[in-house]
Design a protein around this ligand. Structure first.
Ligand SMILES: *Cc1c(COP(=O)(O)O)cnc(C)c1O
Length: 358
């Protein structure tokens, strides 16, 4: 009998959203409702001609574009096949059996999966009212803690803490604990990115970003991180040497250079999210303030959330159930087009008595 190593045999695979309804509009994976930059599409077309060649293993043009926009050194950037690849590599490099990765109650589930892949334990600090608490995170640190994984703004909560609180978190952690700040939705946040990027120079903080959300390139699979040099060189060993296709590198570099396009996506997404949230709150739903391209909708209970999900599916919309996050009474709605969100709001307005209103 062929057996996997115990940590792998004991774990479940990472559960992506169910996308089983052909023809339905997916609002389940936080994909952009808007198209990528036309310059990215053009660059990708052009790069197709070199498909016979291996891609640049050093992501040279892509790193140069990121470095110039974010004003950070290119040699401290690593690129991954999605930031998920970077999350997995960081956790495997710095946490093993008998080590603990500390996340938050409603933090990104993939960090837990990646910890299991590494044979490490994954613990969660409580998030009262769906917002990360720096004090409760610090209180949950133990001598086994090797990594603290913070998603800010958070998924699936959509909420965020202030950069000043992230600095306070770093100040309160032991120097030998690696702090990973996953900013997959950072472009949707209005805080100055330099505050958190600046922590990297202390040597024990990594900041992760992705092209999958605000840059509308989820299928290209490109994420990046800003690393202290010593953390970068260890993490690099765990990445596939030719991890990002030439087409994807070309698309991401061009998308990074087209900041106005990305900013337009962020602006339009925020406007649609505000209108959608306003309608839902007006009919009594509890919707936390979101700093992302999705909102979390809270129903009276798990049954009400299931009924809403069923009604939305029959109307052709797939949201993301949140039972996996311990929030069975919630659905997460990616912000789609204005027409899609109007239709979703209309369905929800007609579900009587299922809101969380007192
Ligand atoms: C979407 C998302 C990512 C990005 O994943 P990619 O692999 O870059 O597509 C990372 N973290 C969080 C919290 C996310 O929601």
């Amino acid at each position: 009998m062929i057996r996997a190593v115990p940590a792998i045999a004991a774990m479940a695979g990472y559960a992506l959203a169910e996308l089983d309804a052909p023809g339905a509009v997916s609002l389940a994976q936080n994909e952009s409702a808007f198209a990528p930059s036309p310059k990215a599409l053009q660059a990708g077309q052009k790069a197709l001609a070199d498909a016979a060649l291996y891609p640049d293993p050093d992501w040279t043009a892509l790193r140069a574009a990121i470095a110039s926009v974010h004003q950070i050194p290119a040699d401290q950037i690593l690129c991954g096949a999605g930031s998920m690849e970077l999350i997995g590599a960081i956790i495997r490099a710095f946490a093993g059996p008998s080590d603990t990765v500390l996340g938050t109650e409603f933090g990104y589930l993939f960090a837990a999966t990646a910890s299991q892949q590494a044979g490490a334990s994954h613990l969660r600090a409580p998030e009262p009212s769906l917002v990360v608490s720096v004090d409760l995170l610090l209180a949950a640190v133990t001598p086994d803690t090797r990594i603290v994984f913070l998603c800010n703004p958070g998924n699936p909560s959509g909420t965020r803490i202030l950069n000043a609180d992230i600095l306070r978190l770093r100040d309160g952690l032991r120097d030998d604990i690696l702090l990973v700040v996953d900013q997959a939705y950072g472009e949707f946040d209005d805080q100055n990115p330099a505050d958190v990027l600046g922590l990297v120079t202390r040597g024990n903080t990594v900041v992760l970003r992705t092209f999958s959300k605000a840059y509308a390139l989820a299928s290209a699979r490109v994420g990046w991180g800003y690393f202290p040099p010593a953390v970068a060189s260890e993490t690099r060993k765990l990445l596939n040497p030719n991890n990002i296709t030439g087409v994807s590198q070309a698309m991401a570099a061009a998308a990074m250079q087209d900041q106005p396009h990305m900013q337009g996506i962020v602006r339009q997404t925020a406007a649609i999210a505000a209108a959608f949230t306003g309608r839902l709150r007006a009919s009594g739903y509890e919707v936390p303030d979101s700093h992302t391209n999705f909102v979390l909708i809270r129903f009276a209970d798990g049954g009400a959330a299931k009924r809403a999900d069923a009604a939305l599916r029959s109307a052709g919309f797939m949201l993301r159930g949140m039972a996996g996050y311990g929030l069975p009474e919630c659905l997460r709605a990616t912000i789609g087009t204005e027409a899609a969100m109007d239709a979703v709001a209309t369905v929800l307005e007609h579900l009587e008595g299922d809101t969380d209103a007192p």
